[in-house]
Design a protein around this ligand. Structure first.
Ligand code: BGC
Length: 469
């Protein structure tokens, strides 16, 4: 079973999860530095990412890992506070520029295409003091940051992603327990999403007008879409599943990728109605101006897609409490089937067919956009003989193959998350997603290829899935 020769294979990481060196050579503090230091008790085993995988010191070594895998591209993220210690562009940290230039150069020497994400959750703490993503002004500061990146790396990086998973960092960060620990569900999460969408649109328009010609690059955004299957075939369950898809994926996809733009109608209606019932004089979900709808609509060259797992949906009770909540607004009961194989992450079960449905849903909803799978992966316990990971990748790649060659979905490439084990946010180092195992007990943070590295390397080099492995 082979993919077309132009189909690309890569692996991904993110700055905060691998770099370490949290306060050296002029780097500023990020919200995740602050949060893990101030609230160690909230992170599994009280861990933080002060050292992480030490990738800041291992440019050559890490690129060698990539080269051994034989991947076409490497998706990494750039740390905003490493580039702009105070978040603002009047003070550029030259060492930050040096570090990413070195990485990009090393990748190019090894014929690996750099794919850069501008924001994978490590906001400068100084901007959080202003309200972070809930303050509309942040969109302007994100544009300033993006300009610094495009001015410095635009000639060598041709594939850009503005954001990684706004759903996750807005929902978990401002509506839940991730950094910065907003815990203001149904309110600050919507403000965050609103400003992220504005910021994305503004950066895309700047890119389109000022940089595209010079850099000859492309730009997209990465959203996460777990497949949501109706719990039964009943009409109610189908309706609940559709609403849940719109609240999770449509929230960030509809304004950018749909023909009409703006938030999905089910979301607009539900949040407006619930806000009213709760006695608010205005909707908790902000409104875009007509100009903003136009600016954001169509702001993509391709769609970045992260997909890991599948859930079931059934209708919720319809009751809402006086305290706003995103969960109440969705009004669905989200579960997983016991029989679906487990991983080492509570939320992640192995359901390959969900991947194919997800891609088909996008094809139908958004006129078959070009998609780059920017993350897909699974966590298992430590160990080098990870047959379960090999089975996961193989099964998900088969589902992807069917989506492309049987269903006609327009997918350009596939990224495995992750190149190596790393700091898994609130789960510390307890959940391992790596093709390479990282030995956190060793001085060198030694990387060792797992069986899955061998498997994936064979796929990346041949473009084919082995019949037998
Ligand atoms: C995130 C990664 C994370 C992975 C596994 C994705 O949602 O982008 O940063 O490590 O999930 O939890």
């Amino acid at each position: 079973l082979c993919f077309h020769s132009s189909f690309a294979f890569g692996v991904a990481t993110a700055s905060f999860q691998i770099e370490g060196a949290w306060n050296v050579s002029g780097k500023g503090e990020s919200i995740w530095d602050r949060y893990t230091h101030e609230h160690p008790e909230r992170v599994f085993d009280h861990k933080n990412a002060d050292v992480a995988d030490g990738s800041y010191y291992k440019v050559k070594e890490d690129v060698q890992l990539l080269s051994q895998l034989g991947v076409n591209f490497y998706r990494f993220s750039i740390s905003w506070p490493r580039i702009l210690p105070d978040g603002l562009s009047n003070n550029v940290n030259e060492d930050g520029i040096r570090y990413y230039k070195e990485l990009i150069e090393e990748l190019r020497k090894n014929k690996i295409t750099p794919v850069a994400t501008m924001y994978h959750w490590d906001l400068p703490q100084s901007l959080q003091e202003l309200g972070g993503w809930t303050n509309p002004i942040i969109a302007d500061y994100f544009v300033d940051y993006a300009r610094v990146l495009l001015d410095n790396f635009g000639d060598t990086v041709k594939v850009w992603l503005t954001f990684n998973e706004p759903l996750t960092f807005c929902e978990n960060g401002y509506g839940g327990d991730d950094a910065p620990g907003g815990r203001s569900s149904g309110f600050e999460d919507y403000m965050c999403g609103h400003n992220v969408l504005r910021a994305h649109g503004m950066v895309y328009r700047m890119f389109d007008q000022k940089y595209r010609k010079i850099t000859k690059g492309v730009m997209g955004i990465t959203n996460v879409f777990p497949w949501i299957e109706p719990a039964t075939t009943s009409r109610e369950d189908q309706k609940a599943a559709d609403a849940a898809r719109q609240f999770m994926f449509g929230w960030y996809a509809n304004p950018i990728f749909s023909q009409q733009g703006d938030y999905p109608q089910v979301m607009r209606k539900a949040v407006d109605a619930n806000s009213k019932r709760q006695g608010f004089p205005r909707s908790r979900l902000p409104y875009f101006t007509a100009e903003e709808v136009e600016m954001i609509r169509g702001s993509f060259d391709f769609m970045g897609l992260n997909h890991y797992t599948t859930y079931l949906a059934a209708p919720g009770s319809g009751k809402i409490s006086t305290k706003p909540s995103y969960q109440d607004d969705i009004n669905a009961i989200i579960t997983q089937k016991d029989e679906w194989p487990k991983s080492n992450s509570t939320w992640l079960r192995v359901v390959p067919w969900g991947f194919r449905r997800c891609l088909n849903w996008i094809k139908n909803a958004y006129n078959n956009p070009k998609i780059l799978i920017t993350e897909n992966g699974v966590s298992f316990e430590a160990g080098l003989h990870d047959t379960k990971r090999v089975n996961y990748i193989d099964a998900y790649l088969r589902a992807l193959h069917a989506a492309i060659y049987k269903d006609g979905c327009h997918v350009l490439g596939y990224t495995y998350w992750s190149l190596m084990d790393n700091f898994e946010w609130m789960r510390g180092y307890s959940e391992r997603f790596g093709l390479y195992q990282v030995d956190y007990e060793s001085q060198n943070l030694t990387r060792t290829p797992r069986l899955s590295a061998k498997y994936f390397s064979n796929v990346a080099k041949t473009g084919c899935l082995p019949d037998d492995y």
